[in-house]
Design a protein around this ligand. Structure first.
Ligand SMILES: NC(=O)C1=CN([C@@H]2O[C@H](COP(=O)(O)OP(=O)(O)OC[C@H]3O[C@@H](n4cnc5c(N)ncnc54)[C@H](OP(=O)(O)O)[C@@H]3O)[C@@H](O)[C@H]2O)C=CC1
Ligand SMILES: Cc1cn([C@H]2C[C@H](O)[C@@H](COP(=O)(O)OP(=O)(O)O[C@H]3O[C@@H](C)C(=O)[C@@H](O)[C@H]3O)O2)c(=O)[nH]c1=O
Ligand SMILES: [Mg+2]
Length: 302
């Protein structure tokens, strides 16, 4: 299976590159400047020249706060760009897997969100990702839209890396304790995406395998609990740690509003595609270990 991945340096893209061979697959990564989602004109040509069995769009405008000031760019990349990728997949006659987000919901539900619950994004990023979902669905039925959340990895920018950096600088970190969700490892996402891709390729006519699916790490947490677990595991491995001061969302003002309840019900993914992501705490440890090893490596070189 040859997987075309949009996104080169992104967390999920890099995890897919690392995990493909363990599934007997090859990942071909495409990104800027060769493929720019903000400029859809050349997308179909480069994708069909590259050729593959499935396209995974793991590229997006993901700066949630910055998006509030760059709505047009976020919409172009996450909305129109995602649609162009799906259009190319349709023209090539292959499935497309689109990554989406918990931030399409407003977070007011008192239970975990299911795939058919009403969406109502609170900010520009969430709205642009919802535009992307709609654009993909309009271009082709041969799609899987995988909504994930709170992604972390040894790569790029994410909450785990931010917390480890803050722990090196201070003894205490204030972290919001009234937003609930599920931390999700980019490597677990990669494993799941490859399984979903294989299912779709092997059963091209099976409608059940297509549509929207929720895909997060198992178990729930608040950002404060996530931070506390990061510091606990880091401390155990001899890395930096800090005290977590649980705070309210109102005490941590940000340009973009985040949903209070980001929990996603992943039962459909388990039932239809046979995949359940590991408990979030279990997947955190190898990531922290790798980040600490990398930092130590750099210190030795210096
Ligand atoms: N991070 C998270 O917590 C969550 C992410 N998601 C979704 O999962 C997917 C993967 O996220 P993640 O891996 O964290 O993302 P990252 O922010 O780590 O990476 C995004 C990638 O998109 C690329 N990109 C941005 N703009 C363009 C463009 N105009 N043309 C081509 N490529 C572009 C970036 O390229 P470059 O390196 O050149 O900047 C980068 O490689 C996205 O769809 C995201 O919306 C969903 C829920 C949570
Ligand atoms: C750095 C920091 C953040 N926070 C809060 C702010 C916010 O509510 C929460 C997470 O902050 P971040 O900015 O890291 O997370 P954020 O950028 O909102 O993460 C989101 O990214 C996009 C791409 C998604 O799709 C979402 O699923 C989600 O992962 O933690 C603190 O309370 N204290 C802190 O020191
Ligand atoms: Mg952020």
């Amino acid at each position: 299976m040859r997987i075309i991945v949009i996104g080169k340096e992104g967390q999920v893209a890099r995890a897919l590159a690392e995990r493909a061979s363990t599934h007997g697959a090859t990942a071909v990564l495409l990104g800027r400047p060769a493929l720019d989602l903000a400029d859809p004109s050349g997308i179909e040509d480069i994708l069909s020249e590259t050729g593959g069995d499935v396209i995974v769009n793991a590229a997006a405008y993901t700066a949630v706060d910055q998006a509030e000031a760059e709505a047009d760019l976020a919409d172009a990349i996450n909305g129109t760009g995602a649609g162009a990728v799906a259009g190319a997949a349709a023209a090539m006659g292959i499935p497309v897997i689109q990554l989406s987000t918990d931030y399409v919901f407003d977070g007011t539900a008192d239970r975990a969100y299911r795939e058919d619950d009403a969406t109502r994004p609170l900010g520009v990023y969430g709205r642009s990702k919802l535009l992307g979902e709609e654009a993909v669905m309009a271009e082709t039925d041969n799609h899987a839209i995988l909504r994930t959340a709170w992604v972390y990895s040894p790569f790029g920018k994410n909450f785990v890396k931010t917390m480890l950096r803050l722990a090196r600088e201070r003894e205490e970190v204030g972290v919001v304790a009234d937003q609930h969700g599920s931390p999700t490892s980019a490597h677990d996402i990669a494993d799941c995406v490859i399984t979903v891709a294989r299912n779709m390729i092997e059963r091209p006519k099976d409608k059940n395998l297509r549509g929207i699916f929720h895909m997060t790490g198992s178990g729930f947490a608040t950002w404060a609990e996530f931070a506390a677990e990061i510091f606990l595991q880091s401390a155990r491995l001899g890395g930096p740690h800090a005290r977590v001061r649980p705070i309210k969302t109102a005490d941590y003002p940000t340009p973009a509003k985040r949903p209070a309840n980001s929990r996603l019900d992943c039962e459909k993914l388990a039932r239809v595609h046979g995949v359940t992501l590991p408990l979030w705490r279990a997947s955190l440890e190898p990531c922290i270990k790798r980040l600490l090893d990398e930092t130590r490596g750099q210190e030795t070189i210096r």
